[in-house]
Design a protein around this ligand. Sequence first.
Ligand code: EPZ
Length: 408
Amino acid sequence: MKSFSIIGGVPLFGSVTASGSKNAALPIIFSTLVTRGVCRIGRVPDIGDVRVAIELISELGAKVRRVDGDLYVDTRHLTYRDHSADLCCMIRASTYLLGSSLAAFGRCKLPQSGGCNFSPRPIDMHLDAALAFGGERAGEYLTATKLKGAVISFPKPSVGATINALIMASVAEGETLIRGYAREPHVIALSDFLISAGADITFTDSFVRVVGRELHGGDVSVIPDMIEAGTYLTAGLITHGRVTVRGCDPKELSSYLDLLDRLGADVTVGSSSVTASLTGDPKPVAVTAEPYPGFPTDLQPIAAPLLSFAGGEIYDRVWQSRYGYLRALEPFGIRYSVTADTARIHPSVLHNADTAAPDLRGGMAAILTALMAKGESRVNSAETVLRGYEQPTEKLSYLGAHVTLSDP
Ligand code: EPZ
């Protein structure tokens, strides 16, 4: 088990460049299975989840080559086989096998997905979509002779179910309409990849229209990771430093920048960069996490250490119980209370401590809290953080943090 050692209380200054988005790269990698040709995917982050996704599509015959940040995926000779359960259990994104394998081979063993387990994570909407396209459930398998276009109305926006529906619709026979779809930038990024592979996809305010086609190899660069960008800006703020994140899309961060504004931070926005610092006393703030364009749920654990200055409230409308990570911040002295659906963070005096990463974003929240607290801290289960952050030790060290990763 790897762990991060952190000597906190050091202000972070400087700039870092955002990596490619994990949550955009993963569906693009799985969706290559419905193309036939050679795909180029640029700016793919070298993180644990991506490595597992590559292993999973390689099991199905995809030939994958990494050249610097670019991934080349040759899908000309795919063959169905049941995926390895142990790989599937390592990442949540293995649910994308449901749509991509069913569409590519007419068969899919239902994936037992893993990844962050902060809340029940049902897949009923994914299954309903697969059945609407003509899939049939047979025990632990989904099968279909030919997927047919369908009208799908999701009762609430789901990133994963929208992604699976888009993948299936792109190659299904005829027209598909998807209502109630998730609008996150990574959903649009997936459709940009599918369009580059020949897909016919049009977004309107109320639905997505897809006309199924045969797809050739696609070519796209992964969008910048808005959650990672928000993480490094937060690292600067909580240490009373000043961090610039370059190569990001400030529009995608606007709900987070609004929080910083309410907190009293000094924020400068460029065309593809953001700089933030805290000059005065932070104010208490409330955060409501919602589907895009609302405040991203994946940034609410990252915001929690910021709220420990002056207190604040977190209400997560996407994952109602995503507050378990606060237990991992408690050893640092963070005071909080959780009622049915709201977490209150109270003004706290922090000190160094040892803890373990409970999940990806909760683990990064622990690293951030350790950066605030004077003295040496340890965050165990570092692999959980390395699943989704590219070179966090290097990036934080570059900003002046005293962080090392021990690798027993
Ligand atoms: C994606 O998970 C992300 N994961 C999550 O990021 C992120 O928190 C989440 O979207 C919301 O933005 C990946 O992209 C790999 P959902 P996903 O389906 O697709 C309910 C991170 O830290 N729902 O949009 O699994 C569900 O319970 C991770 O990077 C159903 O009810 O999330 C939730 O309340 C953690 N039935 C809501 O929808 C379903 O069939 C949104 O979930 C599916 C979802």
